[in-house]
Design a protein around this ligand. Structure first.
Ligand SMILES: Cc1cn([C@H]2C[C@H](O)[C@@H](COP(=O)(O)OP(=O)(O)O[C@H]3O[C@@H](C)C(=O)[C@@H](O)[C@H]3O)O2)c(=O)[nH]c1=O
Length: 183
């Protein structure tokens, strides 16, 4: 597997080794010892999630606060998404900065987003299956969100021909200035 360090410390792009043959392909989508070595410390995942979304759906920007902050290892098994992680760590030199990458069934890329980040994605294909592992359980009382289009964050979302489709919750998400940060 190939590890790409990003401009934000601790956020990693992972490219698994893909073995293609006449039948199709094989890859290890997660290998604990290699993954832990790349991250530099042991990571314990407790939940696997799968969502399906149509073109133009935007989910985000989401996070859970302590004591149920989540690290997420995210990937796409059908379609293409534009994926974003925003640094919410108060003491980080990159607080308020974001990184983005395209994740697709074809590029097999995975993104490791440690605890302390908001995460979201926009679907660029007709449909996308989004799979991710999390380091803590879903805890509705700890859920938080930041507006996807906050002007201060200025995330360079791809332009689509229609406005993105958001959940009611995401339409009411607070702006960056009101966002709860991680100490
Ligand atoms: C996230 C989650 C949701 N749910 C339920 C709650 C709700 O009824 C339904 C849909 O939830 P949401 O609208 O929050 O789903 P969604 O907007 O897909 O939320 C996800 O968005 C991406 C960007 C993330 O980073 C994830 O951590 C998660 O927040 O699923 C669970 O049961 N377990 C979970 O872990």
């Amino acid at each position: 597997m190939n590890i790409i360090r990003t401009d934000i410390a601790d956020v990693l792009i992972i490219e698994p080794k893909v073995f293609g043959d006449a039948r199709g392909f094989f890859m290890e989508s997660w290998n604990q010892s290699r993954f832990d070595a790349a991250v530099g410390s042991p990571v314990r995942f407790v939940q696997d999630n799968h969502s399906r979304s149509a073109r133009g759906v935007l989910r985000g920007l989401h996070y859970q606060l302590p004591p149920h902050a989540q690290g997420k290892l995210v990937r796409v098994t059908r379609g293409v998404v534009f994926d974003v992680a925003v640094d919410l760590r108060r003491s980080s030199p990159t607080l308020g900065r974001w990184i983005c990458t395209e994740l697709s069934a074809d590029n097999h890329r995975e993104l490791w987003i440690p605890p302390g980040f908001a995460h979201g994605f926009m679907v660029l294909s007709d449909s996308a299956d989004f799979l991710y592992k999390t380091t803590d359980y879903h805890a509705p009382d700890c859920e938080a969100a930041v507006r996807w289009d906050d002007p201060e964050l200025a995330i360079a979302w791809p332009a689509l021909d229609t406005p993105p489709l958001l959940s009611a919750k995401d339409q009411q998400a607070p702006g960056w200035r009101e966002a709860r940060l991680f100490d």
